[in-house]
Unconditional design. Structure first.
Ligand code: BES
Ligand code: MN
Ligand code: ZN
Length: 497
């Protein structure tokens, strides 16, 4: 999708389709619909009286040959109630317009912006448009691709700050494209996304983005004594890989060095504690945490915030076999802590245990991990909200604030020593499960044991990695959550001090 900025009046703009939005109070003349010529507003007013237009969020009304305008079509998108409106919702409105129009054969469209709009609003529109134009249809022979928007024009009659706007467009574009990169990785089936293939995609991205790339194979993983990572990997025919990507801008201060650790299970069968077959195919998405970190690295390589970042992605399958680890096995993690395996399906916390320890060894002094860790977080928060855990409230708050600004919903869950009882082992330092109650908390805290005193935030995206329903502004399938939150966080951290 090409994005351009054009100065033109709403009346004179020549485009196949121009989109505007309005609020419930008066859908004929609020929002950017307030800028429409009187004749068009009059028609909208009639549609409103007839009950055809309500202004409810994402409602779409298409007018052909709007009176007195050069645009061939005018699309009015409902924005809901004005009191509840936040900048990130502009992106959803633009996204709704993109999906509505392209479904009707439109390939070039325009979105009206107001001179008072700031960089945040512009970025949100661009971001929303690009995210909306994505479909997880790579393996369909009749693709939706033919229905995509090729040109998205931002129009304003009096651009107030063209330079700032152009910068905002570029930033929005880079972040959304990185999010779509993550979505593509998550969407790949496990036969096309083995640890080796994930490593290849990471290396290709790193090379073209100018990031330092390194990977550890089976021998290195064993010789570094990553016993927990190795235990999960040992049952698979596919060799594991630890991916390491470094972003070390020379102008950044020495500290912090932020470690981004992403769970990279390319297929989670559950291992010997095998999962029911019902929804097992969904476990191709169990590398969404790792894919998130690769998307974040791509975005920051392009946006160049002044902060040091190292991504660490432990990638492996979790498979049952004659070589697989068993329930009851005791393993020794790289940190030296011993773990009794009570369930081989609680594999995410094991690979993360060694990945966190390794990130610390590489010099990271802040740790953020993202993982499709537990079914329990889906029970708690559904598919809408990501669970956030951590002991360092300052860093937790930064993540929550970035989530609120990008519109990726987050909710803090407790981390409390009283829960530690639940994952004690009778024969080792820790057990890898803590029972059904508080399952998302005990899983998070198990991972946190390996962060030690280093500030650490954990995001459980088991529920939010994937959307089972199509939204007006987003295809069904991989969501790319929480790429935008973490990019926002890193841009913000780089501006501190
Ligand atoms: N990858 C799963 C969690 C998951 C479930 C992600 C559903 C996305 C959708 C994880 O490895 C897992 O199997 N967790 C177990 C832990 C249990 C055995 C303690 C779970 O949540 O059931
Ligand atoms: Mn599992
Ligand atoms: Zn898993």
């Amino acid at each position: 999708m090409k994005i351009e900025l054009q100065q033109e009046s709403v009346v004179k703009l020549l485009t196949p389709a121009l989109a505007v939005y309005s609020f419930e109070e008066n859908p004929a003349s609020t929002g950017t619909a307030s800028r429409l010529p009187a004749e068009v507003q009059k028609i909208l007013g009639e549609l409103k009286s007839g009950g055809e237009i309500t202004g409810k969020a994402y409602e779409c009304t298409l007018i052909h040959h709007p009176a007195g305008m050069a645009a061939h079509k005018l699309l009015l998108v409902g924005a809901g109630k004005r009191e509840k409106f936040k900048p990130f919702q502009l992106g959803r409105l633009a996204g709704t317009a993109v999906r509505y129009l392209r479904a009707r054969g439109v390939h070039q469209m325009a979105w009206f912006i107001q001179e008072e709009d700031g960089a945040e609003e512009i970025q949100s529109v661009v971001d929303g448009a690009i995210l909306a134009d994505y479909d997880a249809d790579r393996y369909r022979t009749e693709r939706e691709a033919e229905r995509r928007i090729d040109l998205f024009t931002l129009v304003c009659d009096k651009p107030a700050a063209p330079e700032a706007w152009t910068a905002a467009i570029e930033e929005g574009q880079k972040i959304a494209e990185a999010t779509n990169f993550t979505r593509n990785l998550v969407n790949e089936p496990a036969n096309q996304m083995t640890p080796t293939l994930l490593a290849r995609r990471a290396r290709e991205m790193a090379t073209s983005a100018g990031l330092a790339y390194q990977e550890l194979g089976p021998e290195e993983i064993r010789s570094l004594k990553m016993g927990a990572f190795w235990a999960v990997a040992q049952g698979s025919e596919e060799p594991p890989r630890m991916l390491i990507l470094r972003y070390m801008p020379p102008d950044a201060s020495e500290s912090p060095v932020i470690g981004l650790i992403g769970k990279g299970i390319t297929f989670d069968s559950g291992g010997i504690s095998i999962k029911p077959s019902q929804d097992m195919h969904e476990m191709k998405t169990d590398m969404a945490g790792g894919a998130t970190m690769l998307g974040v690295m791509q975005a920051i390589a392009q946006l160049k915030p002044r902060v040091r970042v190292i991504a660490v992605v432990p990638a492996t399958e979790n498979m049952p076999s004659g070589k697989a680890y068993r329930p009851g096995d005791v393993i020794t993690s790289m940190s030296g802590k011993t773990i009794e395996v009570l369930n081989t399906d609680a594999e995410g916390r094991l690979v993360l245990a060694d990945a966190l320890a390794y990130a610390k060894r590489l010099g990271c002094n802040v740790l953020i991990d993202v993982a499709t860790l537990t079914g329990a977080v889906m029970v708690a928060l559904g598919n809408i909200t990501t669970g956030v855990f951590g002991r360092d409230q300052e860093w937790v708050n930064r993540v929550l604030a970035s989530g609120a600004e990008t519109g990726e919903k987050m909710w803090q869950m407790p981390v409390d020593d009283d829960y530690r009882e639940l994952y004690k082992s009778s024969i080792a330092d820790l057990a890898n499960t803590g029972g059904r109650y508080g399952g998302a908390i005990t899983a998070a805290m198990f991972v946190g044991e390996f962060a030690g005193d280093t500030p650490w935030v954990h995001l459980d995206i088991a529920g939010t990695r994937w959307s089972n329903e199509e939204k007006p502004y987003l295809a069904k399938g991989p969501t790319g959550v929480p790429v935008r939150t973490l990019v926002h966080l890193l841009l913000h951290v780089a501006q501190l001090k």
